[in-house]
Design a protein around this ligand. Structure first.
Ligand SMILES: Nc1nc2c(c(=O)[nH]1)N[C@H]1C(S)=C(S)[C@@H](COP(=O)(O)OP(=O)(O)OC[C@H]3O[C@@H](n4cnc5c(N)ncnc54)[C@H](O)[C@@H]3O)O[C@H]1N2
Ligand code: MOO
Length: 402
């Protein structure tokens, strides 16, 4: 049997890094920058007002107070988006809105709340120092500054930053397109009736959603039965549009384990027993250069296999470190046994309280028991050398995406 670490290392050594694409910003979301993005101009590009109010020469209002307000003529309005605004001279003011360019000569902005709001003359009843409520050019970003560096995943805030420096496109390693395929003649589409011996396909929905949660583009393919030609044909058809393929089912020891049958010896695909529970039977390899992950059919086995092997591989394909899901140390609330030599992943509820994290394993740990997976928020990971974890001891717990 291979260890989990050996199998993951083989996968990570084999998966290709996706070539960069120049994508429009919203298509680039979730992509990983393959270039440094720099600012062609400073941000803000010009001195501007931080408040709705009046642009003044601070020395004009140095003695202003509620008792002795300063009264100044208002020479005009400056709104955000105004191009060139005339200067003001000492003794004058201009009404100004947030984000509007500061007129030359002004060195402070007085918020409207400190005034009577006048349109032709204004009474200002507080003083303010030079620079008050002025946002200076370049105080956010300097011209030429790198605002998002290569290797950064473009989430909402990074996309906003790239747009703020005027870029409509970015060069990114895109989200991998992952086709998900369930195999098994017993499978029916949810929404259709079941005949005896049939079940509804849940894996392809779960795994497609897991791909999306992991930052990929998930494409669910309808299920295929246990016909070898059909399974191979479907996988080969999907290679055209996929950066990776994930299948579930048909990889164990049965007489109709069709995925194993058709992919053994195809491309570099190999099947192994991996020393983990759940998820012992695994297959992986490249087919015409595309990674194919053949996960076991038991739903919990398929899900755990995805998180342990596929998720890090998808990250590696975008040039990101193949980090596992985040783990925390938690206090176990009961004794747990684990077979020697196996890495054991147990569905559990992780909670946080005054004493830190505690974790409680679920009752049903069979690899067909979806209900305990769906109500779990974490997996307790018992390493290969642990046969007993006692109540009150510390264990490593992998948090599941939520
Ligand atoms: N003699 C042996 N039998 C089995 C072994 C073994 O080592 N020797 N390993 C067991 C383990 S562990 C696992 S895990 C499963 C893996 O089996 P397969 O990958 O071949 O999966 P199937 O036989 O197709 O299905 C297993 C189970 O899961 C249900 N299933 C499959 N696909 C779906 C789906 N899309 N949605 C919901 N449920 C699905 C299927 O109906 C079966 O109940 O093999 C053990 N056997
Ligand atoms: O190893 Mo299987 O994946 O436990 O049920």
């Amino acid at each position: 049997m291979k260890t989990v670490d050996e199998h993951l290392a083989d996968i990570l050594a084999a998966v290709p890094v996706l070539p960069p694409l120049d994508l429009a910003l919203l298509e680039a979301r979730g992509g990983v920058l393959a270039e440094d993005v720099t600012a062609p101009v400073p941000l803000p590009p010009f001195d501007n007002s931080a408040m709705d109010g009046y642009a003044v020469v601070a020395s004009d209002i140095a003695d202003a107070s509620a008792q002795t307000p300063a009264t100044l003529p208002v020479i005009g309005d400056i709104v955000a988006g105004d191009g060139g605004v005339a200067a003001i001279r000492p003794g004058l003011t201009a009404r100004i809105m947030t984000g509007a360019p500061l007129p030359a000569g002004a060195d402070a902005v007085i918020p409207v709340e400190w005034t009577d709001g006048g349109g032709t003359t204004v009474r200002i009843n507080r003083s303010a120092p030079s620079g008050h409520y002025i946002r200076r050019a370049g105080e956010d970003v300097r011209e030429g500054q790198v605002v998002a560096s290569a290797g950064t995943r473009l989430g909402a805030t990074q996309l906003g930053m790239v747009a703020a420096v005027g870029r409509s496109h970015a060069l990114v390693r895109p989200r991998p397109r992952v086709v998900v395929l369930s195999t098994g003649s017993e499978l029916r589409e949810p929404g259709s009736p079941l005949a005896p011996g049939q079940i509804w396909d849940s894996n392809s929905f779960m795994l497609t959603a897991a791909v999306i949660e992991a930052g990929g583009l998930g494409y669910r393919q309808s299920t295929v039965g246990d016909e070898p030609d059909k399974v191979l044909e479907t996988i080969e058809d999907q290679l055209m549009r996929a950066d990776a393929i994930v299948t579930s089912g048909g990889v164990s020891m049965g007489t109709r384990d069709v995925v194993k049958e058709v992919l053994t010896g195809t491309g570099s695909v190999e099947f192994h027993k991996v020393a983990m529970r759940p998820g012992k039977p695994q297959g992986f390899g490249l087919l015409h250069g595309t990674p194919v992950f053949t996960l076991p059919g038991n739903p919990v086995s398929a899900y755990v296999s995805f998180q342990v092997f596929v998720r890090p591989a998808l990250r590696a394909m975008q040039g990101l470190p193949p980090e596992p899901l985040p783990t925390v140390t938690a206090v176990l609330d009961r004794d747990l046994k684990s077979p020697a030599g196996i890495r054991h992943h147990l569905r559990a509820r992780l909670s946080y309280g005054p004493g830190g994290y505690t974790v409680s394993p679920a009752e049903g740990q069979g690899s067909h028991q979806m209900s305990s997976l769906a109500s779990a928020n974490a997996l307790i990971v018992l390493p290969e050398d642990v046969e007993l974890a006692s109540a009150g001891s510390n264990v490593e717990v992998m948090r599941l995406p939520s």
